[in-house]
Design a protein around this ligand. Structure first.
Ligand SMILES: C[S@@+](CC[C@H](N)C(=O)[O-])C[C@H]1O[C@@H](n2cnc3c(N)ncnc32)[C@H](O)[C@@H]1O
Length: 235
């Protein structure tokens, strides 16, 4: 039987160097941490998608070790990250926490969305490279709770989603296993078409637009970002 994902990340952190922040969240290509340029592309995409402003309070859902969160939070007034890997949250607290401006919390993301006592505090949210690892029922609950309880959140970036229409660009000859696209606990998680994602988010009341990172981004050929808003966005 597979280990739960939080335990897999706990183990990964123990096996990585303490300052291998990108290795700890599997942000590697060919076993090497991705370049600074690639990280900055992600940060710029999240800032632009959420229209992040200096006065905003940003929520990072499935924040990992905070290495990406801290760069995004540097563009706004306050940030709070949530993740269910104890080891990743320990790293976030040790290296990036700067309360009350920047804080990190150990919690399952859906439990957090259901129970956090002060949801109105947040004005923007993002979830990067993680949504696809939620089982379908949790993905639905995530979107519904965020919409219903976090009423001041006007824009959400759900980033780095695997594009079901581009699976052939990803799986090498013979590597595809029947049905793998629906398995949240596979290496890439659940693959969705833009239409499938749009309908999932619409069922929770969100409007979705889609973005793709520039071609020079290492995964742009099989991933997209979804940008959720409470109505059609007029810049
Ligand atoms: C690939 S990492 C991405 C981390 C971070 N967002 C980043 O981009 O650097 C996926 C993260 O999702 C977290 N995660 C997955 N399912 C979760 C859940 N149900 N509740 C909280 N965190 C979860 C994992 O612990 C892990 O940190």
């Amino acid at each position: 039987m597979k280990k739960p994902l939080n335990e897999m990340y706990d183990e990964l952190v123990r096996n990585c160097a303490p300052d291998d922040f990108w290795g700890q969240v599997k942000r590697t290509v060919g076993g090497k941490p991705v370049s600074e340029e690639q990280i900055e592309m992600i940060v710029a995409a999240v800032v632009e998608a959420t229209d992040l402003k200096p006065e905003d309070c940003m929520l990072d859902l499935c924040c990992g070790n905070g290495a990406l969160s801290t760069r995004v939070f540097s563009h706004c007034a306050q940030g709070h990250g949530v993740d269910f890997s104890e080891q990743l949250i320990n790293v976030a607290r040790e290296h990036f926490e700067d309360a009350p401006r920047e804080t990190y919390q150990l919690s399952d993301v859906v439990e957090f969305l259901r129970a956090f006592p002060d949801p109105k505090r947040f004005t923007k949210a993002f979830c990067y490279g993680s949504f696809q690892y939620l089982p379908q029922a949790m993905a639905k609950a995530f979107l519904a709770e965020l919409k219903q309880r976090f009423v001041s959140v006007s824009r959400v970036c759900i980033g780095n989603l695997p594009d079901k229409e581009r699976m052939n660009d990803f799986f090498r000859e013979g590597a595809y296993v029947d049905g793998i696209e629906d398995q949240y606990d596979s290496a890439i998680g659940i693959w969705r078409t833009r239409q499938e994602f749009f309908e999932l988010a619409a069922a929770a009341g969100w409007h979705t637009e889609f973005r793709t990172l520039p071609e020079s981004y290492h995964a742009s050929h099989y991933r997209y970002d979804a940008v959720l808003s409470r109505g059609r966005y007029v810049p």
